[in-house]
Design a protein around this ligand. Structure first.
Ligand SMILES: [Zn+2]
Length: 67
């Protein structure tokens, strides 16, 4: 039993570390999305149109043609 609990410890720690990293990445992703959004808001879009949507060549903003 004691050996098992010793073996479990590193894996618990690993899980904890992974969750912390995931949380940090989520936070970073949120920040980057805000940054991208602000770039896209100030962009003078240069669209490439396709049948279903159009996409800005500069900032990758996409708009669906189905509205
Ligand atoms: Zn744009």
């Amino acid at each position: 039993m004691e050996q098992k609990s010793i073996n479990d410890k590193p894996s618990n720690e690993q899980v904890r570390q992974l969750k912390l990293e995931m949380q940090a990445l989520e936070d970073k992703k949120r920040r980057l999305q805000l940054e991208l959004k602000s770039l896209q808001t100030s962009c003078t879009h240069d669209f490439i149109e396709t049948a279903i949507m159009r996409k800005c060549q500069k900032c990758s903003w996409t708009e669906s043609m189905y509205y």
